[in-house]
Write a protein that binds this ligand. Sequence first.
Ligand code: URA
Length: 257
Amino acid sequence: MERDACDLDFETAAAMLAWQVDLGVLDVVGDAPLNRYELEAVAPKPTPVAAPPVVVEAPDPVAEARAMAAAAPDLETLAEVVADYPHCELKRGARNTVFCDGRAGARVMIVGEAPGRDEDMQGRPFVGRAGQMLDRMLAAIGLARDNPDITRAVYITNVMPWRPPQNRDPTKEEVAMMRPFLSRHIELAAPDLLIVLGNTSAQAVLGKTGITRLRGTWHEGFGLPVRPMLHPAYLLRNPAAKREAWADLLDIQARLT
Ligand code: URA
């Protein structure tokens, strides 16, 4: 039975101390005795394992665009979702998100490239000089963006909803991240055919560029007949090319009758 040090009489305590000195004890390191055999029986504390580093996944802009676009049940929601999309740098420099003009439900859907200065100011596609040229081209085959007769109306959008700085061409990455929205836009607008204007639009819809080679014939994109055409801004700079545009317009008119 263990005894408290206070229970010892002087002689016993002195004898125990002398016995310890005989054993070679030089210093007293604590007041209470320590049973080191018991201490060893206690399992050593495990070394704490460092928590695995938290890996913050970089967002995938294209995957996010796909998910956001797929969740939009109608054109109004899609317009809001596009305006909220955070990964395209062009948005920072733009005044407005340019989503569409004309009549949803029209047989013809026109896909332009990106807003210019006038479109950025007004928030509508093709309202500047190129837009006026486009309206004249459409009128030549009896179409207009707001024609009350839906069979003679058109619906218009751009691949990019934001104006690029200095009207530069959008990069391939910018086109790729906005393409899911374009795909959903076309699905919801459900036209009979697409007209793509210029190389950026051909890239987004057909996955090909080289508009002068692509024009003049029908292609397929997003499950629809696609007619690539020279961009009206190009026609303003190269009036001689209007002949080719006229030929394309006549083919489109024939397809609609
Ligand atoms: N050019 C385009 O491609 N789209 C516009 O909206 C205006 C000019």
